[in-house]
Ligand binder design. Structure first.
Ligand code: ADP
Ligand code: MG
Length: 731
């Protein structure tokens, strides 16, 4: 313990670095930088070099490309002016380089920008250039980076140096940091100081044999070069080294988790000859797909083994995961154990409960539902059934995780839609039995090559085949003003006896307002657009009985058009629903759209998904904010185009991953994975494999990291991943 503390404090508090006083130290602490070491690991968010810079005279060419570009110039004129048209104050900044003048404009934050620049200082500005009213190129709310203030400052003249091939690091900052002078330029300064005085205190953490085998540069070299590289090549190898570290320690963690799961600590060895499961399969109105059969076999062989199962079942929406999970639970029941089935929402738990109940109606199996908000008496009764073992299968939400829930003999825990639950919840559910088997199911198909890395501790099964006779959903994008036509079409389908969904976006930050808007929109649909149809509204704020009632009515076709917020995103199954209309589809994530579309196309009829896009939304939001909206708008277009192009969930997941990055997609924090600062799950797959090999090798040969060459690995791992270490090695 002591030793570990010393290790992490080896590089001293950042406050004592020249150029950083108490104020800056506090601001740095706000972004998690406490030690000089932390500062050295504050990597640039990008770089400026000759290849990224455009001379001002060439700017008009870049306008049509619609891509962000960078210009470097001297501050030539600053001017805050009231616009006659809008009566607002606008700030203009004119930059000059050898080739001409360029104008930057700010509509907001004038007070700040007015004094932000010095006459004659060199700055770099980046944005997508647009044209002003006179057709001259300009930058609206560009991102900027100060390169040099007054000449007496002890700092290189980056503006000049860049012409001789220098690469300039850019650092992210916040308004708090900016207020104490720690903008990108401020960071460049203090990091230079830190490198100058403390680089020799950085010690290597990887074993020499790994460095050699993987041809990695040393840690201190890499740290210097990632901030101030001599050239592209040096930068490349520095980044490779630093990425490797992140991937290596991730894999080390996964290696330990996996090792622990595989420990032969008496899991249940089920007999998989299950009359119940056999009866179920024989009673189905359809035959299982080959993929379902294969996956059931894989699960059965895990259940037979004496090590606890820890398996991830991936299958696109509608591929039929529920029935697979049910057969596994029946195996457990036949062996005298209980099965638990945990769903992410009440609506889903209820639906699964109902589906499962109807599938097993002729079998001697008792299923109970446990969700929040049940009456106390009912809840007590259910808990007692679970405790006494009278309930063979329990379906529920995270209410299953509560301390009051005790199982008589939990043998198999099924967790649906894994990405909503974290690793810890998995562990909690597991702890409710004696090493029960665990089956995790997800409809977010993870690109195959990544599954291994993200869920490195799970075995993976994939249902890669849809039930026969499904027609791919036809998807189209329509613009806001074409809505009437869409509604005409919808009317026609409902006339033919089909049902439809209309989905409104609900965005968490303003849930109340959105809900009001959704309710209003619903009234509008009901009274003005579809007065002759029966409509229902489903949203997250309804009580669970109310939700249940609405769903039942929709299932029974008493409701013909179901208006809903995204609560219907996962799992809802009404085969007669053939139209999915998504309003403001531009605001939805790609996986979310795919999930929503998965609600239709479940029966034999042709189904349709109509995405109504309102791109003006981005322009509206843009006002007064950073120029990020342009990128957002482009991404929204890519998302909708992707939806039209393909129904392949894996393909969609890949594109989603590219657009959003893994952190957001998997909710890394939630899933217990560390956030990467520099590595990229998608880009660095090859490196990941190498890191995995090295890490697993070490876990296998020296699990307690006793060898001297592993001392530094151990210290670093303990310092960074202490919980993981304790869970995996000590715990
Ligand atoms: P998901 O994988 O999205 O959870 P479900 O388990 O909800 O999919 O299955 C979707 C629908 O397909 C359900 O109505 C289910 O009964 C049905 N289904 C499952 N397997 C088959 C099959 N092999 N053939 C036909 N229909 C099936
Ligand atoms: Mg499902």
């Amino acid at each position: 313990m002591n030793r570990q503390l010393r290790t992490s404090n080896r590089l001293s508090s950042v406050q004592f670095l020249r150029g950083i006083g108490p104020k800056r130290a506090v601001a740095l602490e706000g972004i998690g930088i406490r030690t000089v070491n932390d500062l050295l690991f504050y990597f640039p968010r990008g770089y400026l070099d000759r290849s990224t810079i455009v001379p001002i005279s060439q700017l008009s060419r870049s306008v049509s490309a619609g891509e962000p570009v960078t210009v470097i110039g001297e501050v030539y004129r600053r001017e805050a002016r009231r616009s006659k048209r809008s009566n607002r104050v606008i700030f203009f900044l004119t930059l000059r380089d050898e080739t001409g003048f360029a104008q930057c404009v700010w509509f907001e934050g004038i007070k700040y920008y007015k004094d932000a620049f010095e006459q004659g200082e060199t700055i770099a500005v980046s944005a997508v250039p647009t044209l002003d009213r006179l057709g001259r190129p300009q930058f609206v709310h560009p991102e900027f980076d100060r390169l040099r203030g007054s000449p007496e400052e002890e700092e290189p003249d980056w503006g000049k140096m860049i012409n001789t091939g220098a690469i300039i690091p850019k650092y992210s900052s916040t308004s708090e940091l900016g207020a104490v002078g720690l903008d990108s330029r401020g960071f460049r300064r203090i990091i230079r100081t830190a490198l100058r005085h403390h680089l020799d205190e950085v010690t290597e953490i990887l074993p020499p044999s790994v460095l050699k085998r993987q041809q990695l540069s040393g840690l201190s070299d890499a740290l210097r070069a990632v901030h101030f590289p001599a050239d592209r090549e040096e930068l490349q190898s520095a980044r490779r080294r630093l990425k490797f570290d992140e991937l290596f320690f991730l894999q080390l963690m996964l290696g330990y988790r996996r090792r622990k799961e595989k420990e032969p600590t008496g899991g249940i060895s089920f007999s998989v000859e299950s009359p119940l499961a056999r009866k179920l399969v024989d009673s189905l109105p359809f035959s299982l797909t080959q993929a379902q059969k294969r996956v059931i076999k894989e699960i059965a062989s895990d259940m037979r083994a004496s090590t606890p199962m820890n398996r991830l079942l991936q299958g696109d929406v509608g591929s039929g995961k529920t029935i697979v999970a049910l057969t596994a639970m029946l195996v457990a029941v036949d062996n005298g154990y209980q099965g638990a089935f945990m769903a992410p929402t009440e609506v889903l738990a209820e639906q699964h409960f109902r589906t499962i109940t109807s599938f097993i109606q002729n079998l001697p199996v008792t299923v109970r539902l446990l969700i929040g908000g049940q009456k106390k008496k009912l809840r007590e009764e259910i808990l007692e059934d679970v405790r006494a073992g009278r309930a063979n299968i329990v379906v529920g939400t995270h209410a299953l995780l509560e301390g009051t829930v005790e199982f008589a003999t939990l043998g198999l825990a099924v967790i649906d839609e894994q990405h909503r639950f974290g690793v810890l919840q998995r562990a909690t559910l597991r702890s409710k039995g004696l090493n029960p088997d665990v089956l995790v199911m997800t409809a977010t198909p993870i690109p195959r090559t990544l599954a291994m890395s993200v869920y490195g501790d799970l075995d993976v099964s994939v249902i890669d085949e849809m039930p026969a006779h499904r027609k791919p959903v036809r998807t189209a994008v329509r613009l806001e003003h074409q809505k009437e036509k869409v509604f005409d079409f919808l009317r026609q389908e409902v006339h033919h006896g089909r049902q439809a969904y209309v989905v409104f976006p609900l965005i968490e930050e303003s849930e109340k307002i959105d809900l009001k808007a959704a309710t209003k929109e619903f009234e509008h649909l009901k009274n003005d657009i579809f007065p002759r149809f029966r409509l229902g509204l489903l949203h997250g704020r309804l009580k669970s009985e109310q939700k249940d009632e609405v769903m039942q009515k929709f299932k029974a076709a008493e409701i013909q058009i179901l208006a809903a917020t995204t609560v219907i995103e996962v799992g809802i199954d009404v085969p007669n629903a053939t139209v999915m209309v998504i309003e403001n589809a531009e605001r939805f994530g790609l996986s979310q759209l795919h999930q929503l579309r998965g609600r239709v196309g479940r029966g034999a009829d042709q189904s349709y998904c109509i995405l109504i896009a309102d791109y003006a939304w981005f322009d509206h939001r843009k006002k007064g904010r950073d120029a990020d909206f342009e990128r957002e708008k482009r991404q929204a277009k890519v998302r909708l185009e992707t939806m039209v192009e393909t129904t392949d969930g894996f393909r969609i997941a890949e594109i989603d991953l590219q657009l959003r990055g893994p952190g957001e997609m998997f909710g890394t924090r939630q899933s217990g994975l560390p956030e990467f600062k520099i590595a990229d799950l998608l880009e660095d797959e090859e490196l990941m494999k190498k890191a995995r090999k090295e890490a697993f090798e070490i876990v296998g040969t020296d699990p307690e990291l006793r060898l001297p060459e592993h001392a530094a690995v151990k210290a670093h791992f303990q310092a960074r991943y202490r919980n993981q270490w304790e869970l995996s090695v000590v715990g």
